[in-house]
Design a protein around this ligand. Structure first.
Ligand code: UD1
Ligand code: UDP
Length: 379
């Protein structure tokens, strides 16, 4: 057999780690490939939570997170440090996922070395370069560099074709987040103690209707975060409701949420949950309220209505399927939409259908097979 191909897998944040660990596992299991994992550690604690549960020990850890890091400072450091790893490792190909600063800088550093880049979760587009910011431009940059584009859905594949990416380079694979969610669900089934850490909160809120919340988008910092906090305060004023809110470690999120919601009886502001515990929260929640990308994909898969606190979404599949609704960041709209779901059974039931437009749990396997075809090394 020809020598195995070295794939440098580059990531740095919690969602990239969640969506790439199934691919790393599939590459590791395949003798045609040698995956080398480089984490920028653009996130630290939230990345480490995923690495631990997924059993990944990075080959390179750049430890680049700085408190309240700026986009330009982070991007400059990423480009320089990722380039050094590429020079040392000389990979055959580089793999990035999604649209973070790490993914964009990883693609650019590879391009500067003429190393082919493979893009997982390619083709997501909102059509607005400031929503989400800076991710819409990050993924367009990666899209103009990538060799293989692994689009999660037909919608994302069509967006790439509309940008004149050659059809032969675009493959619909499903989103690897569904592989990750299925994997973690199975781990919890085998070992329920992996997700038992919410038991005390479950007792405290017994009989209440749980709303799960996450928020972190940069374009919502400032007024948007304050309006979201006020909506949560009004929602939690109802006696029949409890909010469980694992708060992102970004200080621009924490300071607003702690000031507005700390100490409220019906609100649990908690530390970021590891993936099994977040899966548990998804199953406990009656409704998810979020501005997250990944949660928009996971909630529909579990039949949980999700109200998306954004103006636009690059994941229209959940909205089309009826399980997600865009509610923006205006307090009154968030509260009205959420109360409608709580009080109108028909409205709730029309959204609460398990629907899986984002994948079937086989995406990582498909990606590895497509990579093998690309290098001319079929099984
Ligand atoms: C980043 C990504 C965003 C992704 C999000 C997922 C960019 C520009 N942004 O946003 O696309 O959706 O991650 O969560 O790539 N922090 C910690 N510990 C952690 C993580 C973050 O303390 O484990 C704090 C630090 O102060 C850090 C700040 O959060 O400076 C911001 O982190 P950063 O990665 O720049 O941005 P996010 O808002 O997390
Ligand atoms: N998540 C988690 N713990 C939490 C909150 C979220 O494990 O406390 C997971 C969630 O299941 C999803 C991912 O993190 O897979 C989403 O990450 P985030 O919202 O930070 O980023 P985005 O998806 O918006 O890029």
């Amino acid at each position: 057999m020809a020598r195995p191909h070295k794939i440098l897998v580059v990531f740095g944040t919690r969602p990239e780690a969640i969506k790439l660990f199934p691919v790393v596992a599939a590459l590791r299991a395949d003798p045609r490939f040698v995956p080398v994992v480089c984490v920028s550690a653009q996130h630290r604690q939230m990345l480490d939570q995923v690495l631990e549960i997924a059993g990944i020990v990075p080959d390179h850890d750049l430890d680049l997170m700085r408190p309240d890091q700026t986009l330009d400072g982070l991007t400059a450091a990423l480009l320089t440090e990722l380039g050094k790893v590429m020079d040392a490792e000389k990979p055959d190909r580089v793999m990035v996922q999604g649209d973070t600063a790490t993914a964009m800088a990883g693609a650019l550093a590879a391009y500067y070395r003429k190393i082919p880049v493979d893009h997982v979760e390619a083709g997501l587009r909102s059509g607005n370069i400031y929503h989400p910011w800076p991710e819409e431009v990050n993924r367009k940059i990666i899209g103009s560099i990538a060799s293989l584009h692994f689009a999660p859905t037909e919608v994302s594949a069509a967006a790439l074709l509309a940008e004149n990416v050659p059809e032969a380079r675009v493959h619909v694979t499903g989103n690897t987040v569904i592989d990750a969610l299925q994997w973690v669900t199975e781990r919890i089934r085998e070992a329920p103690e992996l997700a038992s850490g919410l038991a005390e909160l479950e007792r405290r809120f017994a009989g209440k209707r749980i709303i799960g919340v996450t928020t972190h988008r940069r374009e919502n910092f400032g007024g948007g975060m304050e309006a979201i906090a006020e909506a949560i305060r009004q929602i939690a004023a109802r006696d029949d409701v409890a909010v469980i809110f694992p708060v992102h470690l970004n200080p621009n999120v924490r300071k607003v949420m702690e000031a507005a919601l700390g100490g409220l009886d019906n609100v649990a502001l908690i530390e970021p949950l590891d993936y099994p515990h977040f899966a548990r929260l998804l199953s406990l929640a009656e409704i998810m309220l979020t501005d997250s990308g990944g949660v928009q994909e996971e909630a529909p898969a579990l039949g949980k209505p999700v109200l998306v606190m954004r103006e636009t979404t690059e994941r229209p599949e959940g909205v089309a399927a009826g399980t997600a609704r865009l509610v923006g960041t205006e307090t009154s709209v968030i509260v009205t939409e959420l109360f409608t779901l709580l009080d109108d059974k028909a409205a709730y039931e029309s959204m609460a259908r398990a629907h899986n437009p984002f994948g079937d749990g086989q995406s990582a396997r498909r990606i590895v097979e497509l990579l093998a075809n690309e290098i001319g090394c079929q099984a």
